[in-house]
Design a protein around this ligand. Sequence first.
Ligand SMILES: NC(=O)c1ccc[n+]([C@@H]2O[C@H](COP(=O)([O-])OP(=O)(O)OC[C@H]3O[C@@H](n4cnc5c(N)ncnc54)[C@H](O)[C@@H]3O)[C@@H](O)[C@H]2O)c1
Length: 485
Amino acid sequence: MEISVIGAGYVGLTTAACLSEIGHHVFCADCDLEKLDSLRVGRLPFFEPHLDDLVKRGVASGRLEFTVPSDAIKKTEAIFICVGTPPLENGEADLSSIESVARMILSSAHGYRLVIEKSTVPVQTAKRLWKHLSIYNMNALTFDVVSNPEFLREGSAVEDFFHPDRVVIGAESLRAIALMKEIYRPVLQSRSTCPVHSECPAVPEPKLILTDTNSAELVKHASNSFLAMKISFINLIADACEAAGADIEKVAEGIGSDKRIGRAFLNPGIGFGGFCFPKDLQAFVRIGEKLGCDFSLLKEVEKINVRRAEQFVAKIKKELWVLRGKTLAVWGLAFKPNTDDVRFAPALSIIRRLLAEGTTIRAYDPEAMQKAEIDLPQITYCQSPYQAAEGADAILVLTEWNEFRNPNWKQLGELVARKLIIDGRNLFSADEVSPNGFQYIGVGRAVQAIRTAQEFKGIAAAGVLDVSAVSQPAPAQSHAVRTSV
Ligand SMILES: NC(=O)c1ccc[n+]([C@@H]2O[C@H](COP(=O)([O-])OP(=O)(O)OC[C@H]3O[C@@H](n4cnc5c(N)ncnc54)[C@H](O)[C@@H]3O)[C@@H](O)[C@H]2O)c1
């Protein structure tokens, strides 16, 4: 099929490249002409695993072209809207880019158009879009408006396109449903060759959920709010673990082993960020208000998340005493690993607070430094985690990149001013860090912090605990008293 994708950002470019990979002829369009020029010479505006290859292949095959929106809309029957819907001051989604695409469709298209809303939008947006297109319809266009929310995760976006859990289609005409099924057929039937795996894991075919547009729109906001709620919930429990002397990792395992709950998204830390959860949660709260529904549950989820950065800084302060004049190594800036996206990244809000306290920040991130530098030009960007650690009073782990998992502790120990890891993502554990002579402070891990390895062995001897992982002798000084949790 001939398809246009309007908006060449994380969602739009991934959608365009993947649709071309499954055989469609795709015109990917953006209002940012510089971005289009870069894309035409094969330079991607962001980092996303496997996307580079896919774009190159699409362009080489002639099935992926980059152009301006009016040209794309003129040439294609199906139009995916993938523009940004950032938050307004009051938390509502800014829909001005969606409206501007609608105007472009009205002025550039003739005949029939399938308008597919993929951007995350408030419930009833498809209805409003339909009304807007009907009122200003000077070219006697015939059209359908469909909601097709996107669930990709940055860092595994290509894989998520080829192996989605579900494809949600909110449509109100048979013609629209038939076209949408045609577009997604290779994915729905798992017939496409996924470019991520040499051999795809045996996963069930994705579920196709056909519904009305309002319901499809609600699925997206409700899904993101639910996941955000899980994260805030486990963060609350992590606070309780710190206060009561318990181990959040075991508690999360215990909770998550219940099939009704599941282990995913029960990872405590410095909170959620990115271009989806914080803004979608805020927008959903505003939607609830407009609908006259009491969404105070979600307001709490948001409050808990905002507090994470404050609490983390308080933890650093408690351990380091005076912050002014201290040097801090920051490992990780992106809101999560495998992306360069720093939008609403907790790392950035923590760094801003630390700068206000008078610290010097030396940061390293495998992918996100260029983007972070736009917001935070005043910190030092380093070439490696080791360079960032030079002279540091503490190493702060703010994104759980794999690259950080197995450091050369000896080398690190020689570089830092103080051997202290404050781990905002529980990437490490005290058992792993302490034998290397570093003090460890994680999230919700009071038990590991107050028990030495010898004590664990004592318990094991009593036959209560499997401590096969505790093979090294405990460091001479227990961190019981020094740990600030
Ligand atoms: N990033 C994610 O992980 C993700 C996942 C699911 C859904 N979403 C939703 O998808 C939408 C897009 O998100 P994104 O992360 O790709 O945003 P983005 O900022 O990376 O990309 C948006 C693109 O749209 C372009 N654009 C804006 N107005 C335009 C217009 N009038 N005409 C043509 N192009 C225009 C911008 O130049 C930009 O390139 C948002 O609603 C977001 O909430 C994002």
